[in-house]
Design a protein around this ligand. Structure first.
Ligand code: HEC
Length: 109
């Protein structure tokens, strides 16, 4: 019983109200490579980890599909110092958000 309750709580927490924060694949990296040449899936997933760790302290971590890539660029610039992120780490967060932004297209940009 206790275990079932704990599992239910974990599922509820990780579900996060339907928040969509997908893990990146090489196909996603290819999509942002037009703008950021050489981006790898590992880069994007590092950005994802930073987003989960640093952008969820004051509010829930945002879902990348909430905004388009240009809006993310402005938002990350505004939130970078609040999050204590270096310019390099903030850049990875921005790449991750852009990869899954509302205006993402197969041909990128
Ligand atoms: C120190 C606290 C803090 C951290 C860390 C933080 N935010 Fe925020 N965020 C806020 C507050 C407060 C607001 C409410 C609007 C405002 O004050 O600009 C907000 C609002 C937002 C919004 C909504 C913007 C809007 O126009 O309403 C987005 C999107 C966002 N944050 C993204 C991020 C991202 C991405 C990160 C990580 C890079 C981040 N936040 C880290 C405090 C934080």
């Amino acid at each position: 019983m206790k275990l079932a309750a704990a599992i239910a709580a974990i599922v509820a927490l990780t579900a996060c109200g339907g928040r969509w924060i997908p893990e990146a694949t090489e196909a996603d990296a290819t999509r942002v490579s037009a703008r950021w040449p050489g981006t790898t899936a590992a880069d994007l997933n590092r950005g994802r980890s930073l987003l989960l760790a640093r952008c969820g302290n004051c509010h829930l971590p945002p879902s990348p599909a909430e905004l388009d890539a240009a809006a993310w660029s402005a938002e990350v610039a505004e939130m970078r110092e609040r999050s204590g992120l270096t310019v390099i780490d903030a850049d990875l967060v921005e790449r991750y958000l852009a990869a899954f932004a509302s205006d993402r297209t197969p041909s990128a940009h």
